[in-house]
Design a binder for this molecule. Structure first.
Ligand code: SF4
Length: 329
């Protein structure tokens, strides 16, 4: 089991498959992009599957989420998902994506064993999309969402980040759109993980503000209050339900005390927290001939040293040097 010194057990493995992305969202990276990880440093598909198998079969991982950068850019994605779904015990297999390319890949991914998908969508306005993501790809994202439903990857979830002066006016339209199409919408507070280190707390739209923006147009009642557990989203029934909307107050309402996550980067580093400043290098061990037992022992040790929380409010808080695109969401 992957247990830390506070007794939390990591069962939710997030695996970044690439640091590359076909968008340039302002809260993630600069318009010119970043220096991508060199290809020889990336884990091969076989190396990824071997490490995921160790996590699932020896270390108690029950959910595997593939992330990026943009995971749909990884050519072997369908094969990696298929190999993951063949593990025993079979884990839940999910994907966090910007949706570009999902129109083509949703059906083969579902067939390979993908269970669920989260699609990032911050705006329904094509001009705002271009301003925010520096690419004119909103129609591709909308096509991807529809394809995910057709492929049965339901409930399809949408992740939205609201930014002051950019898209905060879209809180209500985004929820209306999600209700209309049967998508489950989650608003997420913006976190200090951008490569430009431009995050400022006062620019962040807080969970309270998000609820304030929605409350004027919808009747929101907390769904199963007190039952949040390790789930990051506080869920609200919309207009009596059954449709729900989630608000993830990563900064103002942290859920670190119940965290069950651990991350594997595309270059084979274990990160015990999104904000970890230290990593454990499984790639070097794996490529120098480490056995599965040895890799599992290193992984257990890496999780053992997990801190109690992200500490964003702590005066000594340091943003990790690795940008979000190279960590995974
Ligand atoms: S910030 Fe770190 S400890 Fe907190 S929920 Fe995220 S990964 Fe877990």
């Amino acid at each position: 089991m992957l247990v830390d010194s506070f007794g939390r057990v990591a069962t939710d493995l997030r695996v970044s498959l690439t640091d590359r992305c076909n968008l340039r969202c302002a809260y993630c990276m600069p318009p010119e992009g970043l220096d991508w990880l060199p290809k020889p440093e990336l884990l091969t598909a076989d190396e990824i599957v071997r490490l995921v198998a160790i996590g699932v079969e020896r270390l108690g991982v029950t959910e595997v989420r593939y992330t990026g950068g943009e995971p749909l850019l990884r050519r072997e994605l369908v094969e990696i998902v298929a190999a993951t779904a063949r593990l025993s015990p079979r884990p839940q297999v999910s994907l966090t994506t910007n949706g570009i390319g999902l129109a083509r890949l949703a059906a083969p991914l579902a067939e390979a064993g993908l269970d669920r998908v989260n699609v990032s969508l911050d705006t329904l306005d094509r001009d705002v999309f271009v301003r925010l993501a520096h690419r004119d790809r909103l129609p591709d994202v909308l096509d991807g969402l529809a394809a995910a439903v057709r492929a049965g990857l339901t409930p399809v979830k949408i992740n939205s980040v609201l930014m002051r002066g950019v898209n905060e006016h879209e809180a209500v339209p985004l929820l209306r759109f999600s209700l209309e199409h049967g998508y489950e919408l989650r608003f997420i507070e913006q976190m200090p993980l951008d490569a430009q280190h431009g995050w400022r707390r006062e620019d962040m739209i807080t969970a309270d503000e998000i609820l304030g923006l929605l409350n004027g147009s919808f009747d929101l009642v907390e769904d199963e209050p007190g039952r949040r557990g390790s789930a990051p989203a506080e869920l609200f029934l919309v207009d009596g339900g059954p449709a729900r909307v989630g608000v993830i107050g990563s900064v103002t309402r942290p859920f670190c005390g119940a965290c069950d996550r651990v991350r594997l980067t595309a270059d084979g580093q274990i990160r015990n927290c999104l904000f970890a400043t230290e990593e454990s290098d499984l790639r070097a061990a794996l490529r120098s001939g480490a056995s599965d037992d040895d890799l599992a022992a290193r992984w257990i040790a890496a999780v053992g040293g997990k801190k109690p929380g992200h500490g964003i409010d702590d005066p000594s808080f340091l943003q990790p040097s690795r940008p979000m695109s190279a960590i995974g969401g």
